[in-house]
Design a protein around this ligand. Sequence first.
Ligand SMILES: Cc1ncc(COP(=O)(O)O)c(C=O)c1O
Length: 413
Amino acid sequence: MEAVRQMSNWDVEKIRKDFPVLSQTVNGKPLVYLDNSASSQVPQLVIDRGSKYLAEEHSNIHRGVHYLSQHATTAYEAAREKIKRFINAKEAKECIFVRGTTEGINLVAYSYSKKFINEGDEILVSQMEHHSNIIPWQMAAEERGAKIRVIPMNDRGELIIDEYENLLNERTKIVAVAHVSNSLGTINPIKEMIATAHKFGVPVCVDAAQSVPHFPVDVQDLDVDFFAFSGHKMFGPTGSGIVYGKKEWLDKMPPYQTGGGMIRTVSFEATTFAGLPDKFEAGTPAIAAGIGLGAAVDYINSIDFEAAAAYEYELLEYATQRLSDIPGVTIIGTAANKASVLSFTIEDVHPHDIGTILDQDGIAVRAGHHCAQPVMEFFDVPATARASFAFYNTREEIDKLADAVQKVIEVFA
Ligand SMILES: Cc1ncc(COP(=O)(O)O)c(C=O)c1O
């Protein structure tokens, strides 16, 4: 996916009205919310859907014959169906409800490795991964006697694709890579990377936490094997998320967690498991969150998502230019193909101080290692400040960010 670059025609003021949280003041200043990569804000439509469920429909799903249970089950499964269409999965049962990207990747790492990874095998992960797409694989490697190998990046924060191709071999059993880096904003060429892995018969697990909220995705077009994302980063509730897996893989993989709802028969001698998706959804799920995620998909479908992506790209370019013009500011992550994320440092100022001073002006950015310590190590910084954009941010907010960054420099001069 190339960043969407056509000039956008986007009515941001109209869109902002959909998000009640944006109209508040923080420290006496209008909130400038630039922490969307951590969690995006929630539109009224999603808030209303959650309230309606809790007020009128709440009940446990899949088990009851009574009215409310059937009603809640229908709503929950309708959400799955919406997500299936949204990412263009072949079947809804390939979309497993999870708490978020982290749980989705843990599910794949645990279950896939148990079945398909053995002593001496190799797992490729990239150097720019979020810890959520490193540690589950490390644990799996340890458990199975396999080895982690790292796809390196260059100093713009782009994966070195030649090196990736050299790393793939007959011992490689899976590739784990981010669609978009949360610390650098790099959009990785995952379609090409997947096609290359498939030449070796190797499946690919994509961390899509930072792509799904920012541009349209199509899992069949990507031909991706596993694809995990979080509801709270795509205008939905926390506690919701999806891990998509191709049926042919999921069918062969053992359950991740066990308990109620995921079985066909149980006796003290043996248990047989339900089919997809139930096999991977043990226990009572986060029903309200799942229905809320469906509503988030409704919201995205109600706007011109392509135009939103183009608008966001313009914001990113504008912010990059504004901050690059300030002496003492260094942008971390300058890939040719980026989305939404602008990480930066200021000479002689710790990112936490940047975050704290910006907060005094009502500007929310993230400061820290962004759960990507190997990225910080690569760029030889302890942390960065990160502004991350959504389609409800404005150029005026970026001007405020630039002015506040200037102020930080003056305070520390
Ligand atoms: C690229 C990436 N992967 C994984 C995660 C983890 O997502 P969650 O905390 O919703 O499970 C994040 C969250 O910031 C992320 O940005």
